[in-house]
Design a binder for this molecule. Structure first.
Ligand SMILES: [Zn+2]
Length: 330
């Protein structure tokens, strides 16, 4: 094997996944899996695997209670909903606000509740309990920092799509990112919010809440003076800073060091929107390494390609519930 093959964990893996999946029979196995049997199989794998690669998507945070609609949305954005009739938190994030004050009014609440507040349910901590004594590595498209908050080892994490907790130049004129906790909190305070003892964002007097932050808090790039923005991958202006490159090569290194071993590829809540980052590379690596096993935990979308069906464990359901079943009666 060429030593440099996995130099960049991110784009090399994407290429590898696409190349392999193209050669696959397009058939997807959706047969009725025996749930109890598969939970037992996965328990065994968690015990016996020499290495575990966790691939996590939005479904894992949904299971942890990070819901972007309904009550949780209304609780923090009632005034934006009144004004613009948004149906969920995402749509408000894409809205072309007339002023930067209002743009940051929306985004500071969004960032605070999804990045700096604890997840409502302990799903990430339960996951850590299952793998903490193993050789593991995590790749995730989630940008909410839940793995680190739950205590996962930072050196074993690769956040591919950015982090709500970082700002970057919107141009961008340089490849650096900036922690935003302090400024985001100030932005929320300037709209009239307060913080509870447990860190919840609270509006003691709803009538005093403004949708705008004060103008002096609008963040500008310290180098070129352009507007700052969130470090989230949406187009080619996404900044991959030094930490990102380190994580990408740590991921590549982990895969390379374990490539012949008995690996459990544990995919959690990865949807169909971006299968190229986690799902396809996992399929390709399982196809290539006959000692490896693919587990797919997903609510309504648990499936596997025919090629690796024999070494696949698909479990449909809420991830938090499944993790509890995995922990139970060991
Ligand atoms: Zn700049």
């Amino acid at each position: 094997m060429n030593r440099n093959y996995y130099k960049d964990g991110y784009s090399d893996m994407i290429r590898k996944g696409l190349n392999t999946v193209r050669s696959f029979d397009p058939q997807i196995s959706r047969k009725d899996f025996d749930r109890n049997e598969n939970i037992e199989k996965l328990k065994e794998e968690l015990n016996n695997a020499e290495a575990i690669v966790i691939g996590a998507g939005a479904g894992l945070s949904t299971s942890a209670g990070f819901i972007y609609t309904g009550q949780r949305f209304e609780r923090y954005f009632w005034d934006f909903i009144d004004e613009y009739h948004f149906n969920d938190m995402y749509s408000g994030g894409f809205y072309p606000y007339e002023t930067s004050e209002e743009f940051w009014g929306y985004w500071s609440r969004y960032i605070y509740i999804n990045r700096y507040m604890d997840a409502p349910k302990p799903v990430y901590r339960e996951l850590l309990d299952l793998v903490k004594d193993k050789e593991y590595f995590v790749i995730t498209t989630n940008v909410d920092h839940c793995f680190q908050k739950a205590g996962f080892d930072k050196k074993r994490l690769f956040y591919t799509q950015g982090d709500y907790g970082l700002f970057q130049c919107s141009k961008p004129c340089h490849d650096k990112t900036y922690d935003n906790e302090e400024i985001v909190k100030k932005m929320a305070l300037s709209q009239g919010f307060e913080f509870s003892e447990t860190g919840d964002l609270i509006a003691k007097d709803w009538t005093r809440i403004k949708r705008e932050i004060s103008s002096d808090l609008i963040p500008y790039c310290p180098v070129c003076g352009e507007a700052m923005t969130m470090n989230l991958r949406s187009d080619d202006t996404f900044v991959q800073d030094e930490g990102w490159y380190q994580a990408s090569s740590a991921y590549a290194k982990f895969l390379q060091e374990n490539e012949e071993r008995h690996i459990l590829f544990l995919e959690l809540g990865v949807g169909n929107n971006t299968p190229v980052i986690i799902k396809y590379p996992f399929w390709a690596m399982v196809d290539e390494n006959s000692n490896s096993v693919y587990a797919c935990l997903n609510y309504n979308e648990a499936y596997t390609p025919k090629q690796i069906e024999e070494r696949s464990i698909c479990i449909d359901g809420d991830i938090g519930e499944v993790l509890n079943l995995l922990k139970g009666s060991e």
